[in-house]
Design a protein around this ligand. Structure first.
Ligand SMILES: [Zn+2]
Ligand SMILES: [Zn+2]
Length: 309
């Protein structure tokens, strides 16, 4: 069984000042609506529900596609690919990358490269999405549709780009979401003929299971960058504006303990104490129980003690 090696260097952010590495400045904030038509189209696709309505079955499918792909992002893209906070097999690594890619937030290398850049430059003008410097809208949404951020920051993900299957998934990042959308449409059309009591259709499952679910997931993810650096409590005096917030943690499956996370990014657990609900960590623990993942990192005692001072 091939295992994937750890790279602790990626989990220890340092403030860099190299302009080569810092990306665009506040004066260079630009949006490119044209090249982001698929991204905008997913939002527009939500309007189909005005025509189809939302049956209980479609609502269940929408919730399922939301939660599974949310774990692909929080447990996969973020805690595994960006921070290497646990280990797994190469096969399950690919599963995590594929489930994350199905959320239509580009490929794992693109996502991890930008996020590692964020940890290096958090809340400075060089940060990709600092709400205190570039505004709430930019931190939430604007940076995603800025042409400067289209490229994958391959220089920040050498440990990930050595896997050809991850490079393929990054280059063809539309594949997983398109397959999901087509699969949901096909399932709904089949059920409309074969299980009419479910009162669903291809268009309804496409609208609810893909467009609505994907759009909600966009804004749940983006809220960590905008709200997670604006509203909440700072337990740790980190060199950034990261915040902890219970409501954000509930909505984002644990990512709302963002100040904890900036204090110790290498931890697979972002809710540092038992009362800090962290659904993503609970799933990682269950995967560890069945042996799919291992070496799950937790915050060291001195970090926990520091947080209670
Ligand atoms: Zn952050
Ligand atoms: Zn992070």
């Amino acid at each position: 069984m091939e295992t994937v090696s750890d790279n602790s260097a990626t989990t220890t952010p340092t403030k860099a000042s190299n302009p080569q590495e810092t990306g665009h400045t506040a004066e260079e904030q630009r949006t490119d609506w044209h090249t982001n038509l698929p991204f905008l189209g997913v939002h527009a696709g939500c309007l189909i529900v005005l025509w189809t309505g939302i049956s209980p079955f479609a609502a269940c499918i929408g919730l399922t596609t939301l939660l599974i792909r949310m774990f692909g992002l929080t447990g996969g893209y973020h805690r595994y690919f960006c921070h290497r906070s646990y280990k797994t097999t190469r096969a399950f690594q690919f599963v995590l990358a594929t489930v994350g890619a199905a959320a239509a937030q580009k490929g794992p290398l693109w996502w991890a490269g930008h996020h590692r850049h964020h940890h290096r430059h958090s809340d400075t003008p060089s940060d990709v999405h600092p709400p205190g410097v570039k505004g709430f809208y930019w931190a939430h949404f604007g940076w995603v549709i800025c042409p400067d951020n289209v490229r994958t920051r391959t220089e920040l993900v050498p440990d990930l780009s050595r896997f050809p299957e991850l490079r393929w998934l990054d280059r063809h990042h539309y594949t997983a979401p398109v397959c999901l959308a087509l699969g949901l449409f096909g399932l709904g059309a089949w059920l409309e003929s074969n299980a009419p009591h479910l009162e669903t259709s291809g268009w309804e499952l496409l609208a609810v299971g893909f467009f609505l679910s994907t759009t909600l997931l966009y804004h749940i993810t983006f809220a960590v960058n905008s709200i997670g650096h604006t509203i909440g409590r700072q337990r740790y005096k980190t060199q950034d504006a990261s915040r902890n917030g219970l409501l954000l943690a509930l909505i984002t499956a644990g990512e709302g303990w963002h100040n904890n996370h900036h204090r110790y990014p290498a931890s697979a657990r972002q809710g540092f104490y038992w009362w800090e609900i962290d659904a993503t960590h609970y799933v990682i623990v269950m995967l560890a129980w069945i042996g799919v993942v291992w070496n799950v990192r937790t915050p060291p005692l001195e970090v926990l003690n520091e947080g209670q001072q």
